[in-house]
Design a protein around this ligand. Structure first.
Ligand SMILES: O=P(O)(O)OC[C@@]1(O)O[C@H](CO)[C@@H](O)[C@@H]1O
Ligand SMILES: [Mn+2]
Length: 440
């Protein structure tokens, strides 16, 4: 295969990568520092003087990080011992090896955007690790919970709808079932618009019921492989050649997006299009809104204890799915490394082998898409299969709203026409895709 195109980076002045590194990431860091400041008294109440000292230390480490970024310093090796420190520092050495002698070291506005952005979030975590006893504090917890509470109405509407569909499943014919499947897929897609790292932590809760918007949003789906997802799952259901059908969902954001993913997962079980769902979340706070184990269980509990009958019924069912094992939540440190997914088989062979057991893998969101395609400057018409560069653990589908300047698998002229009609089409989250790759 011909060489891959270069990575998106802050070298391209004015690019979305450049503006993210220059403006959005410092804004996110400032919000993190402010969050720590606002919890000063809580840390004192919990840990006394030690807590106050820890808050000061974390803030000073984060201010240093912000200065390194804003003055385009070298990317420094991680220093605090953690389960993935050596992997990160080996990756930093690899990035160094890609740079010609006279071009110095990996730097914020020089190295691949994917690397420096992931590194920034891992440095935030390092600042907390180095500041015991507040090391377990999730600096993004408040904004993830706020997104959930601000989405309350949409959550009630969605859970009510799910209960209605679940009650009538037995009466639906094939076409009607497919139609419901497509609805829940689209709800999960547009749930991805609710991304706090794009909004810099500002509220991103849905403004109206996403169910009512599906028809209006259809023209904004640029690649639509939903039919292939249906035929894959409905054939398994029809032929019953497999006792179990496993769908894996590589999660993205907590809050409303996670609700839309759990609603889809519940429908997959009730409709018997799947018999088990594996969810993958993040082991550390990540990209502001990404789902951690705590976020997952907190959200299920919140839904279960809702005052609204149908919402509470959903939460009880979801808790039961976890208890019976038909829903499995899994952590793996690979998801918070900077590697492109084409490196997974080498870097995390255990995870790759686990994904190979799935009948279908749904990758939610933009960051996953960037890692699937290596965050590279592919031509818009490059086949998705080619951009995956050998990453094929199982049939997979990206379910993503566009928030970065990478997109493949378009028709000839489609990207150019979009640029002419809507210059922000790649980065505002307005457009979405269901992009499927069957497998080797
Ligand atoms: O994976 P998500 O949550 O859909 O989006 C995450 C993300 O779009 O937010 C950032 C915006 O700067 C991008 O760098 C990154 O890809
Ligand atoms: Mn995210």
């Amino acid at each position: 295969m011909a060489g891959s195109p270069e990575s998106l980076s802050g070298q391209d002045v004015g690019s979305f990568a450049y503006l993210t590194i220059k403006d959005r990431i410092p804004q996110i860091l400032t919000k993190v520092i402010d969050t720590l400041h606002r919890h000063k008294s809580e840390f004192f109440e919990k840990h006394g003087e030690e807590g106050t000292e820890a808050e000061k230390k974390a803030i000073s480490l984060l201010s240093k990080l912000r200065n390194e970024l804003q003055t385009d310093k070298a990317i420094f090796p991680l220093v605090a011992q953690f389960v993935d420190t050596d992997i990160w520092n080996r990756y930093l050495e690899y990035q160094q090896s890609l740079i010609a002698e006279d071009n110095g070291q990996p730097r914020w506005f020089y190295s691949p955007w994917l690397f420096v952005e992931c590194y920034m979030y891992r440095r935030i975590h390092e600042a907390l690790i180095q500041s015991p006893p507040i090391s377990d504090f999730d600096v993004f917890k408040e904004s993830k919970e706020q997104n959930f509470f601000e989405s309350r109405e949409s959550i009630v509407t969605l859970c009510t709808y799910l209960q209605e569909v679940t009650r009538t499943l037995g009466e639906l014919d094939e076409d009607q079932l497919k139609n419901e499947f497509f609805k829940f897929l689209q709800v999960s897609l547009w749930g991805n618009k609710c991304d706090l790292s794009l909004s810099g932590g500002e509220s991103s809760a849905p403004k109206r019921s996403v169910l009512d918007s599906l028809e209006d949003l259809k023209p904004f789906i640029l690649v639509n492989d939903m039919e292939q997802l249906w035929s894959l799952l409905s054939n398994h259901k029809k032929t019953r050649e497999k006792a179990s059908v496993r769908v894996d969902i590589v999660l993205d954001n907590s809050g409303f997006e996670l609700i839309t993913d759990l609603v889809l997962a519940d429908f997959l079980l009730s409709s018997k299009l799947a018999t088990e769902i594996h969810f993958y979340g993040k082991t550390i706070p990540w990209f502001v809104s990404d789902t951690t184990l705590h976020d997952f269980h907190w959200l299920v509990a919140q839904v279960k204890h809702s005052a609204h009958q149908w919402t509470a019924q959903c939460g009880a069912a979801w808790e039961s799915h976890v208890k019976t094992g038909s829903w499995v939540y899994q952590d793996h440190l690979f998801w918070t490394l900077p590697h492109e997914y084409c490196a997974m088989a080498q870097v995390a062979p255990d995870l790759y082998a686990d994904l190979q057991k799935a009948d279908l893998i749904l990758f939610k969101g933009d960051l996953n898409y960037r890692k699937l395609t290596g965050d590279r400057k592919w031509a818009f018409t490059t086949p998705f299969h080619q951009a995956l560069k050998g990453f094929h653990p199982a049939p997979l589908c990206s379910v993503r709203t566009l928030k970065a300047e990478v997109q493949v698998g378009l028709q000839p002229g489609q990207g150019e026409a979009l640029t002419a009609s809507d210059p922000g089409w790649l980065t505002t989250g307005t457009y979405g895709i269901f992009q499927f790759d069957r497998s080797p």
